[in-house]
Design a binder for this molecule. Sequence first.
Ligand SMILES: Cc1cc2nc3c(=O)[nH]c(=O)nc-3n(C[C@H](O)[C@H](O)[C@H](O)COP(=O)(O)O)c2cc1C
Length: 103
Amino acid sequence: MQELYAYIKDCDNVLIASPIYFSELTGKLLDLGSRLQTYFCAKYFRKEEPIIKSKKGAVILVGGGDGNINNPYDTARILLRHMNCHNIHEAVFSHNTNISPAI
Ligand SMILES: Cc1cc2nc3c(=O)[nH]c(=O)nc-3n(C[C@H](O)[C@H](O)[C@H](O)COP(=O)(O)O)c2cc1C
């Protein structure tokens, strides 16, 4: 994570891309996302500003079924805000990859 923290601090924008698992981002992505809680702690408890640079954010989702993207998109936006992304693009997504290719 130390390498990722340094990268997140410096990068211009953040794009989160994930398949939808159980109406959520994948568990692996949430594992990584949970380590971003350090930014929340820095702000909320220590009153620090861990990431100075403001970034834009975007989210790409694919799902096998025809459900909706609200849950994973909401979660992705929480993660993006943890990384100081404020200008977050509307979700780009593809449903029904069980029967048609995501492309
Ligand atoms: C554990 C698991 C849970 C899934 N849950 C959903 C779901 O809730 N909604 C949906 O539309 N697709 C669901 N899918 C289908 C995947 O979103 C879809 O097949 C995706 O293309 C899988 O990408 P991957 O091959 O990179 O894992 C699920 C797939 C897996 C393996």
